[in-house]
Every structure is written in structure tokens, then in C-alpha cells.
Design a protein around this ligand. Structure first.
Ligand code: PEP
Ligand code: MG
Length: 315
């Protein structure tokens, strides 16, 4: 284990020439959030709320949910905490929300789509988040997973704002959302790219099929091109673009994501220091050159090699 993987982050994420890249943690609940704080995370970039309720047969009350969210907010006072509404379904079935027996659960009623059938569950979650925010005196960012259309983004934004949430975003993890990122960006305050699902759907390769891992690789030029399109949309609209999939925790890939327009990276806490070290080594211009080289590569291996060459690092 390299030394950086055992040490906490010390100081904010920044490139060699001073471009700020917020380094955040992915958490599943309060215990993770406290640990992430010890690892020096600058906040939470992805709170996967469904993971707190995977074993629940019935929906937790608004007050019980609020307690769960409050505990995470309290781990990062005054810092950014991005709460994702329930991403129930597919690889994360939540008993009280997920339809059993879907033939293609990854393409089924998951994430924000569950609100078609049951909008009240989402409404109560937003209410619980709002309660927790008030009690903590914090203003969490709130985002929805599995958005595929501008209408879905608009409808989520209106529900969340109606519940008193000030900063509302959506995850970009379907090819449709990436292609229409500019239109979607007009509806929300921030975007967050979920590279795990984005790679799965761009490459049509099940994220759980280890046999297809080479296709689901975030270094695939098609995946990187999608990420870069989202980065351009965020820049054009002047809103932040985070990356919260596993790709963000890869030190070699982090500069490419930043060059493609990511303004924050969210990851497992132990990856924070290695990613910070990788960014501290490179300038923003080098990141952009690496992103250009990688997105125009012919293969994932070629993307790795050309990004490394652009960053003048030996592979
Ligand atoms: C993703 O899809 O990249 C993501 C961050 O969400 P999850 O892994 O929870 O689906
Ligand atoms: Mg996802």
C-alpha cells in the first residue's frame, strides 16, 4: 500500500498552478461520514441514502429518516454535503420501493423513476432532508439519480425546491442525460457524473459482470467523450460538475476528469490523499491536454498511454 493511501488528506485539493478541485467523500451513512472526516475529506460528494434502508421492509418515518441525514450533516459542519435521493432498484433493491421480478432491472424502475409510481416516498424523503437541514443549520445539496430527460430534471428540481431545498442537482449517469447535459443544466444548480452507471449504459456492459470489466472501463474513449460533453455543458452554464463514480478515485484518471471539466471529485476516503497528490503534480492546462488526448484515443489502453504522455508521467 503506497504511503499516500494510509494518510489523510492535508489541505484542500488543488492543481500545481492553483486550480481548486474539491475532494469529497462517498458515504453510506453517519459512520462513514465520521470516518471520511477523519480522512480529511472536504465534504461529502455522494451520500447514497438508499444504503441506509436496504434492509427495511417498510419505509422509515420522516423523523427517523431525518435523524439519519442529520447525523451525516453533523459530521461536516459548514462544508458541502451532497445528499442523493433514493437510488432504489437494480443493484441496490430497497424492499419497500423496488419492484420484484423486473426482466431488466438496470433498465427498469430505478432511481428517480420510482417516483412515477410512488411520488410520495420521494416527497417524504425531501421533507426529511429539509427537517434535518433546519435542525443542523446546514444547507445540503440534494440530487436525484438516474435522470434521462430534461423533464425529469425539471420535475425533480421543482419538487426539491418546493420542499425548501436551495441547491438542487441531478446525476448524469445515462447517455441521454450526458447528450442533453446543456438542457438539463438549465434546470438545476449542479451536475454530478456517476461514472459507474454512465460506463455501464454507454458501453452496454453490466457493471456487475466482471467478464466485461474491460468494456465498463471509464478509460473507454466513448465514456470519456460523454464526460467531456457534460464538463462543457457545466462550464457553459457556469454550474459545478462533480464526478462521484469510482473513476474519481483513480489517481491516473483524476487529472483527465479535471481536464474534462470536473470541479469536484468524490471518492472512497482512502483515495483522497493519492488523488490529491496526483493533482498537485499537474497544471490545469496539462489536465486539459490529457483529457483531449484521452477522449480522442482509439482504445482504453491508448487513452491511458496518451493521457500519461500528455501529463509527462511514465506509465
Ligand atoms: C455511479 O453510478 O457512478 C454512482 C456514483 O452511483 P452508484 O454507484 O451508487 O450507482
Ligand atoms: Mg449510479
Amino acid at each position: 500500500v503506497p504511503r499516500a493511501e494510509r494518510s489523510p488528506l492535508n489541505g484542500p485539493g488543488v492543481t500545481r498552478d492553483g486550480a481548486r478541485v474539491r475532494l469529497l467523500a462517498n458515504v453510506a451513512g453517519a459512520h462513514d461520514a465520521q470516518e471520511a472526516s477523519r480522512w480529511g475529506a472536504e465534504g461529502v460528494g455522494l451520500f447514497r441514502t438508499e444504503l441506509s434502508f436496504l434492509d427495511r421492509g417498510i419505509e422509515p418515518s420522516v423523523e427517523e429518516q431525518a435523524e439519519t441525514y442529520l447525523a451525516v450533516l453533523r459530521a461536516f459542519p459548514g462544508q458541502r454535503v451532497v445528499i442523493r435521493t433514493l437510488d432504489a432498484g437494480s443493484d441496490k433493491p430497497v424492499p419497500y420501493l423496488t419492484l420484484p421480478g423486473e426482466p431488466n432491472p438496470a433498465l427498469g424502475v430505478r432511481g428517480f423513476r420510482t417516483a412515477r409510481r410512488d411520488p410520495d416516498v420521494l416527497a417524504r424523503q425531501l421533507e426529511a432532508i429539509s427537517h434535518a437541514a433546519m435542525r443542523a443549520g446546514e444547507a445540503p445539496w440534494v440530487m436525484a439519480p438516474m435522470i434521462a430527460t430534461r423533464d425529469e430534471a425539471a420535475s425533480f428540481a421543482s419538487m426539491a425546491r418546493g420542499a425548501g431545498i436551495e441547491t438542487v442537482g441531478v446525476m448524469i449517469e445515462t447517455p441521454a442525460a450526458a447528450l442533453l447535459a446543456d438542457a438539463i443544466a438549465a434546470e438545476v444548480d449542479f451536475l454530478s457524473i456517476g461514472t459507474n452507471d454512465l460506463a455501464q449504459y454507454v458501453m452496454a456492459a453490466d457493471r456487475q459482470a466482471t467478464e466485461l470489466a474491460d468494456l465498463g472501463d471509464p478509460w473507454q474513449p466513448a465514456v470519456l467523450a460523454m464526460i467531456a460533453a457534460v464538463g462543457r455543458a457545466g462550464l457553459a452554464r457556469g454550474i459545478p460538475v462533480g464526478v462521484c463514480g469510482e473513476a474519481a478515485s483513480t489517481p491516473d484518471l483524476a487529472p483527465v476528469l479535471v481536464g474534462a471539466g470536473a470541479t469536484s471529485l468524490s471518492m472512497a476516503p482512502r483515495a483522497l490523499a493519492p488523488v490529491a497528490a496526483a493533482l498537485a503534480d499537474v497544471t490545469l492546462a496539462e489536465c486539459r491536454a490529457a483529457a483531449d488526448a484521452a477522449t480522442s484515443a482509439d482504445s482504453s489502453d491508448d487513452a491511458r498511454r496518451s493521457a500519461a504522455a500528455a501529463l509527462r508521467v511514465r506509465v
